[in-house]
Design a protein around this ligand. Structure first.
Ligand SMILES: [Zn+2]
Length: 103
């Protein structure tokens, strides 16, 4: 699946991603965080809001481009299976588009 990845899209999915990782957890903190993440306004919450809930900023981050290695807030994400996602920046997408259009 190919999709647009932005800081906002990461904020929109953080509660579901947390649930996937911690739904079987026996730790109260995991369930407390889930309730807080479920309660955020996904359209107005900031990266800082998420960091305050979780205690680190690892869940909403600029993504590393698999083409050039740079870090970008906006990428095209390509999910190659349930566990691996590649991210490609706008510049690399442009280079790839030029390559595929060559005669
Ligand atoms: Zn790139």
């Amino acid at each position: 699946m190919i999709r647009l990845s932005t800081m906002r899209s990461q904020i929109r999915t953080v509660a579901d991603r947390w649930r996937s990782q911690y739904h079987l957890s026996e730790h109260d903190w995991a369930h407390k965080n889930q309730k807080a993440l479920d309660a955020i306004d996904k359209e107005t919450a900031t990266r800082r809001n998420i960091e305050k809930i979780i205690g680190n900023n690892a869940w909403v981050v600029p993504k590393t481009c698999n083409g050039c290695g740079g870090k970008f807030a906006v990428t095209i994400a390509i999910d190659d299976d349930d566990y691996h996602t590649m991210h490609i920046c706008q510049e690399c997408i442009g280079q790839a588009a030029e390559m595929i259009n060559l005669p």
